[in-house]
Design a protein around this ligand. Structure first.
Ligand code: ADP
Ligand code: MG
Length: 326
């Protein structure tokens, strides 16, 4: 594991609320608590996975860290520097170091641009090198992501989903970033090419010495790539642990339920399934106390009253659950 003790990114008490606009009928505004008081340290060289059901705030957290969305409260520190207060030009320079690879390669690639133009665009925007050097850089990065350079003058629609995702990855890495948020980077791909793209993402991390925040709703994908994993529920992080700790010794009842829902090919290892009762409550109106108490079969009085804080139960294993108090 390439993980160091240096904190690259620190998320401090970050909240993101979206205010829904008034409807035509003049219904009052509502507030979506998309990310609710999140604290997280991301260490240089690690891949930290973020997992949780759809709508739990994973993408909002990733985008808030990159400052593509301004947090309602809290700070993002990058190498100790608060980047939430940066001015536009300072943030533009900072953004070179922080990139996003996202899910849908169809939506994110302009169909009128060639592969060369698409991958070269960030170099143009930051005026890096001469035209010749930029083209050279594009060729190098294309090779690195496994795209033959003779495909440079083709258009996105001429490629398969897997190849388009390679273009997206090349474009995100062409500026030599340090930190990359991968937001469901293989979720839109056919199962047959998922492993290839995941392996590519893993290989690039090593060659380019990257740090990843890797978002997925798919626990098996997160398990494959992550050093540590953070589990989110209704905008909050409920558990953080190393991959082995999380899979072998999950503590939070929600994590346990999530894990027991994954199909296990090995029959001997099959654990008792814990079926999650009820639906995820609305982030418009999260429950009082622990957000998970409405679905938790262990919930007691305190769980209905007080929201548990994320605390260390040993060896950096963090849990937000009253029942896991130490
Ligand atoms: N721009 C927005 N305006 C209003 N609500 C939003 C916006 N973006 C996300 N949300 C809401 O915030 C919550 C978290 O969304 P998101 O971060 O996309 O979750 P995830 O990536 O885990 O599926 C959801 O309830 C979603 O509907
Ligand atoms: Mg998402």
């Amino acid at each position: 594991m390439a993980q160091s003790n240096n904190v690259l990114v620190e998320v401090k008490d970050v909240k993101k609320e979206f205010v829904t606009s008034k409807s035509l009928l003049g219904k009052p505004q509502k507030i979506v608590h998309a990310v609710d008081n999140v604290n997280l340290k991301i260490y240089e060289g690690e891949t930290i996975g973020v997992v949780g059901e759809s709508g739990c705030g994973k993408s909002t957290l990733g985008r808030t860290i990159l400052q593509l969305i301004t947090p309602t409260e809290g700070q993002i520190l990058y190498k100790g520097e608060d980047i939430t207060g940066l001015r536009k030009e300072e943030m533009r320079q900072m953004r070179r170091k922080m990139q996003l690879i996202f899910q849908d390669p169809y939506a994110s690639l302009n169909p009128r641009m060639t592969v060369l133009e698409l991958i070269k665009a960030p170099l143009d925007a930051y005026k890096i090198g001469t035209e010749k050097e930029r083209i050279q850089k594009v060729k190098e990065i294309m090779e690195l992501v496994g795209m033959p350079e003779n495909m440079m003058n083709r258009y996105p629609h001429e490629f398969s989903g897997g190849q388009r995702q390679r273009i997206v990855i090349a474009r995100a890495l062409v500026l030599d970033p340090e930190f990359v948020v991968c937001d469901e980077p293989v979720s839109a791909l056919d199962v047959s090419v998922r492993a290839q793209v995941l392996n590519l993402i893993q290989d690039l991390k090593k060659t380019k010495k990257l740090t990843y925040l890797f978002i997925s709703h798919d626990l098996s994908v997160v398990k494959y790539v992550s050093d540590r994993i953070a589990v989110m529920y209704l905008g909050k992080i409920v558990e953080v642990a190393t991959k082995d700790d999380l899979y072998n010794h999950p503590q939070h009842p929600y994590t346990k339920a999530l894990l027991s829902a994954i199909p296990i090919p090995d029959v001997d290892k099959k654990m008792k399934r814990e079926i999650l009762a009820g639906d995820v409550p609305s982030p418009l109106n999260p429950p009082k106390g622990c957000y998970f108490n409405t679905r938790c079969k262990y919930a007691s009085d305190i769980c209905k009253q007080k929201c548990p804080l994320l605390h260390d139960i040993g060896n950096g294993h963090l849990v937000a659950c009253h029942l896991c108090d130490k």
